[in-house]
Design a protein around this ligand. Structure first.
Ligand code: 5RP
Length: 226
């Protein structure tokens, strides 16, 4: 029986969106698996379909859950056995704005998530309805190169290291930037320009193929700009 209030509603909506996205995956596809509590609902739904698919994972947590469910998880690196292109990537988000910009990285996996989304023909975002916002608001997650980290933080006023958060699997420090987000494109260009900022959680609308929003017990599909 679906729950209808507070966090329970959001959890149900995450499941609804994730299950709808799992139905988009076809036999033989290569699939990017995002990170977070919404993706945690995607993985069993995908495994239940018993498809012949090959996956890459954006975090150790996703990789462990996917493998435990019997999904085939391959490396995504420079090794000969690695995939170099994906048919589809499915991932959650922290905020989705009306113009299609996203904030991701609540789980600190945004750098890998952007690499995987970029490598995929389709990037499908799965969210509960409270993630749909009128205006993006801080924080914007960052990943900072460990080397020179204190100097890099000085180059990005408003950025603070996330307390008690482990480094990313690639060794980066996770930080959050606090400030007004009036122009996400301009802000993203600024983050991209700072040496030492490995990645940021602003995802441009042109990266997104589709947003699936769980609303109550239904999944609503919104077209992206990709
Ligand atoms: C992790 C992410 C997540 O997709 C985002 O934080 C949403 O998480 P959840 O599905 O738990 O609400 O970007 O880096």
């Amino acid at each position: 029986m679906p729950t209808t209030t507070g966090d329970g509603r959001a959890i149900d909506e995450k499941r609804v969106a994730a299950e709808a996205a799992a139905r988009l995956v076809e036999n033989g596809m290569t699939v990017g698996l995002g990170t977070g509590s919404t993706v945690a609902f995607l993985l069993p739904a995908l495994a239940d379909r018993l498809l012949n698919i090959r996956c890459v994972a954006t975090s150790p947590a996703t990789e462990a859950q996917a493998r435990a469910l019997g999904l085939d998880v391959l490396p995504f690196d420079a090794s000969a056995e690695s995939l170099d292109h994906l048919d589809i990537s499915i991932d959650g988000a922290d905020q989705v704005a009306p113009d299609g910009w996203l904030i991701k990285g609540g789980g600190g996996a945004h750098t890998r998530e952007k690499v995987v989304a970029t490598a995929a023909d389709q990037f499908v975002v799965i969210v509960s309805s409270e993630k749909m916002v009128e205006h993006l608001a801080a924080p914007v997650p960052l990943e900072i190169l460990g080397y020179g980290a204190r100097a890099t933080l000085l180059e990005v006023p408003g950025a603070v290291l996330r307390p008690s958060t482990p480094r990313s699997p690639d060794g980066g420090l996770i930080a959050d930037w606090y400030g007004e987000i009036d122009d996400p494109a301009k802000l993203a260009t600024w983050f991209d320009s700072v040496a030492g900022v490995v990645g940021h959680g602003l995802f441009q609308p042109e990266l997104v193929s589709e947003v699936i929003v769980g609303r109550g017990s239904s999944a609503e599909s919104l077209p992206g700009r990709r």
